[in-house]
Design a protein around this ligand. Sequence first.
Ligand SMILES: [Zn+2]
Length: 196
Amino acid sequence: MQQRHLLPDEIDQLLDSESSVDVAPLLAHLDACSACVQQLADARVVCDTIEQLQHFAPSPRFTASVMAQVRVVEPWHVALTTSAQRLIPASRPMRVVMLASGSLMALGLSAGAVWLSTRPDMTLYAAGLAASRVLRALLDATGTIINDTFGQTALDALRSGSVSRAGLGGVVVVTAIGVATIGLRAAATSARRARE
Ligand SMILES: [Zn+2]
């Protein structure tokens, strides 16, 4: 028999019929201690009374009504991830299509970038020529004769590398990816709408 009185959690174990704890020593103490028997009886009354109370459940709209009043601050990285996930189509076939066209596009862009980097003079010359032609046309229209100096300066600036090759390539790639993403997203959305 235990020499001390039962602890509150030991009384809980006696009340809990599904408790896996060995309650034999506790029961042995109860046989010899009327104080603990009384304490257990009091606790049982409380338990039974609680059991008889009406069970309340929150209304189904409780969570929504609380959350409507909570201002949720979304960290920027979560917002970014969510936006990125929204860009991925929900259906598996559309994901495959998107992946395939994305890979093709990346391949094409890479090939284009490599080609551009091997032909920088031609690219810059073409850009400079276009700028110079536009400029000349404008100046011709106004009837001035400083077009050559001005056109040559622009051409030289382009040739001297003030327009960086890498920068040009980067802008092209980023723009193409942006356009491709928006286009594919629009296609996915319209396909989904057509299905619904
Ligand atoms: Zn006792």
